[in-house]
Design a protein around this ligand. Structure first.
Ligand SMILES: *Cc1c(COP(=O)(O)O)cnc(C)c1O
Length: 495
């Protein structure tokens, strides 16, 4: 065993002059505590500030600076951060944020990420406890989604990357591991299927995989925004008749536009009937499994072959923390494991360990996303996280009910989960649809609430995605007030 005592005596003499460690740890400690307190102050008072404000040009100019050849005091760099970055964030930690689908994060997650950065672990592989923490999360998610013992999983940047990896796994399953060396050129034409409401990262994954987005069939949806099962079946039959090779069905557990959840049991049956890989994009909705109230909506999710989801959305883990769960880890190994001399394994020692994530996905160097996730799950417990998701859905239902009572507003899609799409239509119901993008811009400029814009059936829609655990009825009321007030002002100014 290494004996540190004697070494410490000589330490000063041998301290490299080029080391980046501080000379005075006490100074750093004081400054570090200041930075921590400052950020906690910011989080504590988050509701008092605007959701978003535009950064003035003087602030932007600070990031058009020359390359810093000489050092600057940490306190001064931090001061620039306080002045120029902190007040001008994207707003997703604010309770009034309802745009896109973004998580709110937590103070606990922030503290854990600080610890992770201090440890600076590389989770590509080897034998160290950070790997065991990630494995713990894999094991927990495997249980949550009732995946079999053969399952594995890993952290990725986000669901975009997890969906991409799933396309690669499905490709390997369809064509065999040799496809890695041979490429796609001479093989059969692979075809994937998803609803027309599938997230844009899925066609892009098809492009990145070299299969091409033209070979993703975007099947029509029903009035509830779910994939039309019969249309899907007909399309698969038609493609097979034409000699094409169906290889992947992507179900959505929460579509990005309206939160609709496809009939996952039906997709499983179709995938089985045609021997197709069944993947679920659960970026937005899968973690609803943590809520007793929401879990039934996700029926069948545990039957898929692979599942992408984001701890950084509804899981409230700070960015980034995407995840892919895979029914059979052999598919991952067949797709990614490689031999490299510099990654030679050992049976004991640091180069040991029987789970090297670099064999299961595209990344070699990987950060310790598992730590902030582990802290979040442990400190809050799954019930509290699930309750917060159910509360988001209750707010969404309240919002929808209020919209239906307001003559000037129109609900544009059924509310399946936590997303509400609506429009200002005016008293006579004929206000120009183009008012809605204007209303959203004015809401952002005002800084009280921030919904985002989407297009439904060719028409602009105000979209409120309630994802943040801090959002309350007060914010929903402010949204309604803001939309009605800007809506009537815009209506007057356009006629
Ligand atoms: C957010 C989202 C994605 C993309 O996930 P990232 O984590 O942003 O990469 C994919 N699908 C759906 C349904 C989403 O909501």
């Amino acid at each position: 065993m290494f004996e540190p005592q004697g070494a410490r005596l000589q330490e000063e003499a041998y301290r490299p002059l080029t080391s980046l460690d501080p000379e005075d740890w006490q100074d750093l400690r004081v400054q570090g505590h200041r930075m921590l307190d400052d950020m906690l102050d910011h989080l504590e008072a988050i509701r008092q500030g605007p959701v978003w404000q535009e950064a003035p040009s003087s602030v932007r100019a600070l990031f058009d600076a020359p390359v810093p050849l000489e050092p600057t005091e940490l306190a001064d760099v931090h001061q620039t951060f306080r002045d120029a970055v902190l007040p001008y964030g994207g707003g997703n930690i604010h309770p009034g944020f309802m745009g896109w689908v973004q998580g709110g994060g937590t103070a606990t997650g922030m503290l854990a990420d600080m610890l992770a950065a201090g440890l600076n672990a590389n989770l590509g592989g080897r034998d160290h406890m950070p790997i065991a923490v990630e494995r713990q999360i894999v094991e927990w998610t495997r249980e949550l989604f009732s995946f079999p013992e053969t399952a594995s999983g890993l952290f990725l940047t986000g669901a975009s990357q997890a969906n991409f990896v799933a396309v690669l796994l499905a490709r390997t399953r369809a064509l065999g591991g040799n496809i890695r060396a041979h490429g796609l050129a001479s093989g059969p034409q692979l075809i994937a299927y998803a609803s027309g409401e599938v997230h844009g990262c899925v066609p892009r994954a098809m492009e990145m995989a070299g299969i091409g987005s033209d070979h993703l069939r975007r099947v029509s949806v029903t009035a509830t925004g779910q994939i039309d099962i019969e249309a899907l079946q007909r399309q698969i039959e038609r493609d097979k008749t034409h000699g094409l090779t169906p290889f992947l069905i992507v179900g959505s557990a929460g579509t990005v536009n309206t939160g609709a959840i496809d009939d996952l049991d039906a997709l499983r049956r179709i995938a089985d009937a045609h021997d197709i890989h069944f993947h679920v994009d659960g970026a937005l909705g899968a973690l609803g499994i943590l809520s007793e109230e929401l879990a039934p909506l996700l029926a069948g999710i545990g039957s898929c072959d692979s599942l992408a989801f984001d701890f950084h959305k509804w899981g409230q883990v700070p960015y980034d923390a995407g995840f892919l769960l895979v029914r059979d880890s052999a598919w991952q190994l067949e797709t990614f494991a490689s031999e490299a001399a510099y990654l030679t394994r050992a049976s004991t020692g640091l180069a040991g360990g029987d789970w090297w994530p670099c064999d299961y996905g595209p990344d070699l160097s990987r950060g310790f996303r598992a730590l902030k996730t582990w802290f979040t799950l442990k400190t809050y417990g799954l019930k509290a996280l699930g309750d917060s998701m159910a509360a988001n859905c209750a707010l969404a239902r309240n919002l929808a009910a209020r919209i239906e009572r307001e003559p000037c507003l129109q609900l544009l899609a059924p509310v399946a989960l936590n997303i509400v799409c609506f429009a200002y239509v005016g008293r006579r119901g004929d206000a120009a649809a183009t008012i809605n993008p204007r209303i959203i811009e004015r809401l952002h400029a005002e800084g009280r609430v921030a919904p985002s814009l989407t297009i439904l059936d060719g028409k602009p829609a105000i979209r409120a995605a309630i994802v943040n655990h801090r959002t309350s009825q007060m914010d929903i009321d402010a949204l309604i007030r803001g939309v009605l007030s800007f809506g009537s002002q815009e209506e007057l100014s356009t006629c």
